[in-house]
Design a binder for this molecule. Structure first.
Ligand SMILES: C[S@@+](CC[C@H](N)C(=O)[O-])C[C@H]1O[C@@H](n2cnc3c(N)ncnc32)[C@H](O)[C@@H]1O
Length: 317
């Protein structure tokens, strides 16, 4: 039985396109259509290869509306799969020309994604506060977020700070705060909002939440509020937040529960249609955080255009 399973795994990886796909998935989560574009092969063909990798336990998939996402199997699974994934990682770093070209196209895909989101935010910076009101009863959610992060804070870090709303609502709690964002328009808006509120102990900085210009273990609380659903690799954002948290620090994530409002992708650049508790728990486990509390804020019954908001509190041990 174990021999059969191992043979299945080796057969799955023992083919050029599937090995290329595994090397790509090690770089990050991708949709079928992104993999198709990177490899320059037909979608049915790519889907067939992906199915073989998933059936062998090397890749995991999840559907969200019209999109199917793939990633490598999580660590801690079948040891043969882990060994094969490690081997694929080494092959990916070997400098092979074809794999290097795939890597280049992967980066182009990643940049295109980021540029699309950035263009949206630039275009909507002034409208952002109004857009948020379309989805959520803001005051209720903000009160619950504040309640999740009690206790004193020397440093509060807001990742994807946007118009700086989290810096504003936490202002009475922290000694110092810094908010990072990639959009200059949003940063301008945040600065204006902080000035208007007379908040001088918070600053906003241009910075990528995937590689924060902060030392390890410097922050008491980190916040990802309504950011993860725009990102290609939300788990990597959680890992970076975990890196900067002090021992005993807390990461507060607020985002949507899984939903099917596909128009948010087309009209509002959402990449992910919400997250399950299990997915957040997986990212926490991978980043050495403990998912400590989950709150669910449901819309009123019959309110179809509203979304269920979740607040996840994660502790750094
Ligand atoms: C929906 S807004 C949320 C803003 C804010 N957290 C709030 O709740 O008001 C998402 C923000 O994330 C920012 N963002 C997206 N990707 C980012 C990245 N890689 N690094 C930093 N900021 C990013 C966007 O520019 C945008 O301002």
């Amino acid at each position: 039985m174990a021999l059969d399973a191992a043979l299945n795994i080796f057969r799955a990886i023992g083919e050029e396109t599937r090995l290329r796909i595994m090397v790509l998935l090690i770089r990050g989560e991708l949709t079928v259509s992104e993999i198709t574009t990177i490899l320059g092969q037909s979608q049915p063909r790519v889907s067939r290869h992906l199915k073989i990798l998933a059936d062998a336990g090397l890749a995991e998939r999840h559907r969200e509306g019209a999109w199917m996402f793939y990633r490598t199997a999580l660590a801690g699974g079948d040891p043969s799969c882990e060994a094969v994934i490690e081997a694929a990682r080494a092959i990916g770093a070997s400098g092979d020309r074809l794999l290097a070209r795939d890597a280049e196209r992967f980066e182009q895909t990643r940049h295109a994604r980021a540029a699309q989101a950035a263009a949206y935010f630039e275009a909507n910076a002034g409208e952002w506060s109004r857009l948020r009101e379309l989805h959520l009863p803001e005051q209720d959610i903000e009160a619950r977020i504040l309640a999740q992060a009690d206790g004193p804070m020397q440093l509060f870090v807001d990742l994807g700070t946007g118009a700086g709303r989290m810096l504003e609502i936490f202002a009475g709690r922290y000694e110092n705060a810094v908010g990072y964002d990639l959009s200059h328009e949003m940063l301008a808006l945040a600065r204006a909002n902080l000035d208007r509120a007379g908040i001088t102990h918070a600053q906003v900085r241009h910075g990528d939440l995937f590689s924060l210009p902060l030392e390890d273990q410097c922050a008491d609380v980190a916040c990802l509020h309504q950011v993860l659903h725009y990102l290609g690799e939300p788990g990597a954002a959680v890992a970076e937040a975990a890196r900067v948290l002090k021992k005993g620090g807390r990461l507060i994530i607020s985002d949507f529960a899984p939903h099917d409002l596909e128009f948010l992708r087309e009209e509002h650049a959402h990449r992910r249609l919400g997250f399950s508790d299990a997915e957040v728990a997986d990212w926490c486990a991978a980043s050495n955080l403990k998912l400590d509390k989950v709150e669910t804020l449901s819309p009123s019954p019959g309110d179809k255009e509203r979304l269920t908001v979740k607040i996840w509190r994660c502790l750094a041990p």
